[in-house]
Design a protein around this ligand. Structure first.
Ligand code: G3P
Ligand code: CA
Length: 232
């Protein structure tokens, strides 16, 4: 059966990329969690989607402008009547969520800012928590995904795609990738066949409807990433 990962945690009902949203995803029976990582000014791995802090915390500036201590003083703007949530570190995520059978898809948010050394830091934490088997790495910055793959060939990696690009499967295969992570509406029979023929799994986002998940499953897509549970 197709796997269902929680996009930024159970983000339909809880503040995205918070420990609360991750715990609720676990309770809801998702097969895994997708989250976004960046680096604070002092080089700590933090879990937050936007590079700019405004939407998530109401504060000015960018993630890389602040130390972890400063980021921790910010409140994540609430989308539910729940306790105040803070920007988690990736370490806190592993401490709270594992041990677990769930997969974690770590998206390296490295398109706007170089975040030198982020791949090494993520790998070191994965090894510290001994969770290699449970990790998928992805990035829109394909060089960042490749850098991670070169560091650790046996951790599964995928390339994120925001629009349809001919030749992606051949390109990903050439980089020794394991997956393609396309936006769901670009997945066609032909796209799926090409990827599967080249030994690549397909994990599509952001899928919030069961009907769409089943359309993708019929084409051979192995996982959908969405804001709420859709396949059970
Ligand atoms: O991993 C799929 C999805 O998370 C990529 O888009 O912008 O939500 O990080 P975004
Ligand atoms: Ca993401």
């Amino acid at each position: 059966m197709i796997l269902n990962l929680a996009h930024r945690g159970f983000s339909d009902e809880y503040p995205e990329n918070t420990i609360l949203a991750f715990e609720k995803a676990k309770e809801a029976g998702f097969d895994g969690i997708e989250l976004d990582v960046q680096l604070s000014r002092d080089g700590e791995l933090v879990v937050i989607h936007d590079e700019e802090l405004k939407r998530v915390t109401g504060e000015p500036g960018f993630v890389w402008d602040y130390t972890l201590e400063e980021l921790k003083q910010m409140k994540v703007l609430e989308s539910c009547a729940c306790a105040v949530q803070r920007i988690p570190t990736l370490r806190e995520y592993f401490e709270e969520i594992y041990p677990s059978e769930m997969i974690t898809n770590i998206e390296l948010k490295t398109s706007w800012n170089e975040y030198r050394g982020i791949e090494e830091k993520v790998l070191a934490l994965i090894d510290e928590f001994d969770v290699r088997e449970k990790i998928w790495i992805s990035s829109f910055n394909h060089f960042s995904a490749l850098r991670f793959k070169r560091l650790s060939p046996n951790i599964k990696c995928g390339l994120l795609e925001e629009s349809r690009m001919v030749g992606m499967a051949e390109y990903a295969q050439g980089l020794n990738m394991d997956f393609l992570h396309p936006v769901y509406y670009t997945v066609t029979e032909r796209y799926a066949q090409e990827a599967l023929m080249r030994g690549l799994e397909i994990h599509a986002w952001t899928v919030n409807e069961g009907e769409e998940a089943h359309r993708l499953e019929r084409m051979g897509v192995q996982a959908v990433i969405g804001n709420r549970p859709v396949v059970r």
